[in-house]
Design a protein around this ligand. Structure first.
Ligand code: ADP
Ligand code: MG
Length: 603
């Protein structure tokens, strides 16, 4: 008799209900249909193929791009009582041969394999003699050149499949939903009339906020100190920034490590492990860090610099809170980030395979995306709504969980200020950037200003009593509303546009939205509305098991599961089994130890 999907869900994974999209995908695979599952990070794609894998006769191959990802997933499966293994180049030759012969002997139900391995003769020998019923392609967007993470070895997948005597069912999974990528996946993996499931992109447990600090370093320290001992990622736009920020954190007593493409392989692996195994709490990284980080208890993702588009932002920020517990996604915005991004776009790697026309098209597309990203940083509308609409989801109203929804805005008439700023830009010959214009308006006597004779301009000092931040803010808003444009990538200079003249002549007014104050509490998630001391005590038990088994803590139990224990306070095995994330196998392995702590607590 075959096991029922709900039984498997509870017994191995410890959950009593499916999340959005999961059941449909499981059903389709069990019915022998190919599938394409598009769900955001943290939505629970793995379960969609792991459950059919456990139920179906025969073996499931999971094709996955990254070694670390395979290792964590296999660890997690083994902890849940599923026989699984991985085949990749992290194994020695002898280990690999052993694993392969175990596979051939039917020892594993689920085998993770790197795409490069598929067409090696030893693997083919195994595959041709094995009973493979399902092939799951994880991170399936890697097959597409349109995606961010194109991996040429993914192109071998379909030729590998065509060599098998019997075509297994194929499931492809990704978080990337653009049309080009979707079509590439179906075409290049030769999916056969797949059942397509796309779930909404909302991640309700994430808080989004954009801050514009005067001093980013100080703000960052403050934010991290508020989140003491919580695991988090800080993304920076360049390697150099990563080095600086990591040093800043370490000098301030924060346990941080770093990751970027300039480090050698060994150090990257070590730093990543330090973070995943909670030996370091904060990871400072470029966008090279991320795919394959299944660490489920990342409580915050802070962007020290604005990324180049919303796709990247949502993907990176989405690495927070995969366990479904509240987490923060904070972006520290500064105008200078825009110039950095423009610079990157201007200097897009000279790719010899691209024609000039393609390059121009590419640049134009990237510029358009950058604009949308800047809008995200400067809008006063609901941030979640803005992003979801960008991805084509319906979204109405305001979420109440982003910095804009939590801020009260007022509309201010800044016509007079705008006239002063615009005329200063014109009088100084449209030759200067924000800082100079602001200095002239405030009447700062610097060398540069006197040398250029700007202190003799009629606009010199006409905004003496206004703070520099205020002037800067109004200039930004004028730019957003197209009264001003910045020209040039490196050190852009301000020009006025056609729209400015009516304002200067007094025929039009300018209004901007200004933050008045934060509504209710400041944006800061208090993650667990549970007994903090019990939670910490359980964390220690979890850490001890993790160390003993050599696996990351969240592989033993997620934060969400510990929080649920605090809520339910189980004292019997049956009650323990009712905790979300506790299955039969984990009950047997860990139940006693956790129950003991909870029992002591309840007396
Ligand atoms: P994805 O691959 O889509 O980013 P994962 O498969 O890694 O997401 O799952 C993210 C987290 O959600 C994991 O901690 C997983 O255990 C949890 N999860 C998955 N399905 C469920 C469910 N039905 N109920 C509760 N938690 C779930
Ligand atoms: Mg995944």
């Amino acid at each position: 008799m075959t096991a029922d999907k709900f039984e498997v869900l509870k017994k191995y994974f410890g959950y009593s209900s499916f999340r959005d999209g999961q059941e449909e995908l499981v059903n389709a695979l069990l019915a022998g249909r190919d599938v394409l599952g598009i769900m955001p990070t943290g939505a629970g794609k793995s379960l969609c193929y792991q459950i059919p894998a456990i139920i179906m006769n025969g073996i499931t191959l999971v094709i996955s791009p990254l070694i670390s990802l395979m290792k964590d997933q296999v660890n997690a499966l083994v902890q849940q009582g599923v026989s699984a293994a991985y085949l990749n180049r992290s194994l020695t030759e002898a280990q690999y041969r052993k694993a392969l012969s175990n596979s051939a002997n039917g020892k594993y139900k689920i085998i993770y394999v790197a795409p490069e391995r598929l067409e090696t003769s030893s693997f083919l020998w195994f595959a041709l003699n094995a009973d493979i019923s399902l092939i799951a392609v994880d991170e399936a967007h890697c097959v597409s050149q349109w995606g961010q993470d194109f991996r040429p070895s993914y192109l071998n997948i379909s030729s590998f499949i065509s060599k098998l005597d019997r075509r297994p069912v194929i499931g492809a999974f990704t978080a990337t939903a653009t049309e080009e990528v979707k079509n590439d996946i179906i075409r290049l993996l030769k999916l056969n009339d797949p059942v397509k499931v796309t779930t909404g992109f909302d991640r309700p447990n994430l808080y989004f906020s954009v801050l514009r600090p005067q001093n980013k370093s100080a703000k960052l320290l403050e934010l991290i100190k508020e989140r003491k001992d919580k695991s988090g990622i800080v993304y920076c736009s360049t390697r150099k920034k990563v080095e600086e920020v990591c040093e800043l954190l370490n000098n301030n007593g924060i346990s941080a490590t770093r990751y970027h493409a300039g480090l050698n392989d060994d150090e990257r692996v070590k730093n990543q492990d330090d973070f995943v195994y909670d030996r370091k709490t904060v990871m400072v990284a470029t966008n090279a860090f991320g795919m394959g980080i299944d660490k489920s208890d990342v409580r915050f993702v802070i962007h020290y610099n604005m990324p180049k588009n919303i796709e990247s932002y949502y993907q990176e920020a989405g690495r927070a809170g995969r366990d479904g517990v509240d987490a923060d996604c904070i972006l520290l915005y500064a105008k200078a980030d825009v110039s950095t991004c423009k610079y990157f776009i201007e200097n897009i790697e000279d790719n010899a395979e691209l024609s000039q026309e393609q390059k121009d098209f590419f640049k134009q597309r990237e510029e358009e995306r950058l604009k949308q990203m800047v809008f995200y940083c400067t809008t006063s509308d609901c941030l979640r709504g803005y992003m979801l609409k960008y991805f084509g989801d319906e979204y109405k109203g305001s979420c109440g969980k982003c910095s804009n929804c939590l801020t009260e805005f007022e509309t201010a008439d800044v016509t007079v200020e705008a006239q002063k700023i615009l005329s200063c830009i014109i009088r100084t010959g449209q030759n200067y950037g924000v800082k100079m214009i602001s200095d002239v308006l405030r009447g700062v006597s610097s060398d540069r200003i006197t040398r250029a004779g700007l202190d003799r301009q009629s606009t010199f000092g006409i905004m003496k009593d206004v703070r520099a931040t205020e002037i800067r803010y109004i200039i930004e808003k004028l730019e957003e509303q197209d009264y001003i444009i910045s020209i040039g990538a490196g050190k852009p200079v301000l020009h006025v546009t056609e729209m400015s003249y009516p304002v200067l002549r007094g025929n039009a007014g300018v209004k901007i939205r200004k933050a008045k104050q934060l509504k209710s509490k400041a944006l800061k998630t208090e993650v667990y509305d549970v007994d903090r001391e019990l939670f910490d005590a359980l964390k220690i038990v979890r850490m001890n098991f993790a160390k003993k088994k050599g696996v990351p803590a969240f592989v033993i139990f997620s934060d969400a599961t510990l929080a649920d224990m605090c809520r339910i306070m189980p004292t019997t095995e049956a009650e323990f089994l009712s905790v979300s994330g506790v299955g039969a196998n984990k009950l047997e392995k860990y139940g006693e130890a956790f129950l003991n702590v909870i029992r002591e607590w309840s007396v």
